[in-house]
Write a protein that binds this ligand. Sequence first.
Ligand code: 13P
Ligand code: SF4
Length: 349
Amino acid sequence: MRRIFRCLNPEFHRFHYAPGMTNLVLDPEIGYIDEAIEPGLDLLSEIERLKREKNAILLAHYYQEGAIQDVADYVGDSLGLSRQAAETEADMIVFAGVHFMAETAKILSPEKKVILPDLNAGCSLADACPADEFEAFKARYPDHIVISYINCSAATKAQSDIICTSSNAEHIVRQIPDDQPIIFAPDRNLGAYLMRETGREMVLWDGVCIVHQTFSEQKLIRLKTRYRGAPVLAHPECEEAVLRHADYIGSTSGIRKFAAESPLDTFIVATEEGILHQMRKDSPKKTFVPAPAEEGCACSQCPHMRLNTLEKLYLCLEHEQPEITMAEDVRLRALRPIERMLEMSRAVV
Ligand code: 13P
Ligand code: SF4
């Protein structure tokens, strides 16, 4: 039997290796519980049973595979997931999402056990902004306030003044006094979009989401010709070249809501395609066409999000591992800017 608690990313390892645990075999190659599952086991009912027995809540992001979304207690965007993590009365939070999301849940609910099916489920934005490099960058702009997108590590959050998500970023930037200079990190596309929308100059950290960065403008234009009249719904993590063709720009929950409420019947969707699962459930008669990526399989799936599987989810719940832990001083420093975000965005639904 092999149970592992070490993963490839040294920053995760620093915070998440749990030395006091017994029966562990450390394996640097993997970041999840690697154990044979009985053939034919009904994973969905087993997951439901384990949730009940352990008083665990399963939170899933829209970019998870459909089966995981269907077994979750709450499916949502980063803001909704943070609110749920802060408010839940469960004893355990199982996070079907990526590492920074589970980490945010732990920051908000330190007394709860927070587990993530695969510790390797990272994020290109979080990886692009290591805390030590960010600290040196910030030092060049001592009079700037730091707004960081939630897609960053706890250590980078700890160096920020306010956190934001794609749902509340514009709302938060507009609350900053005009004469207060701003650093925005780590997503340069979201930052540039906010600058265009608000007319505010900001100093941007140069990170991108590998999924949204690769949508192809040329292929999108061809798709618009093929599906004439279909609005393009895009996430603000996309490049400007793609966003300029969008009829609606917003978070995953915003995109979902727009399509559900629209009288139109066909939509081109420029974000990770996991969102289509809920959009199709909301409106079974409508047609949703995923925007194509520049190259590769053109499936627009996030390779990090898709590391989570039903099997890993089941094993994670059964063994209550891998667990998210972090140094308390980092947690407390990361908590302040997240709480500020929650306060400043109460009005955002
Ligand atoms: P939202 O669901 O908050 O829009 O975030 C999208 C995303 O890329 C999460 O990693
Ligand atoms: Fe990070 Fe992009 Fe994946 Fe979201 S979709 S987790 S921003 S890499």
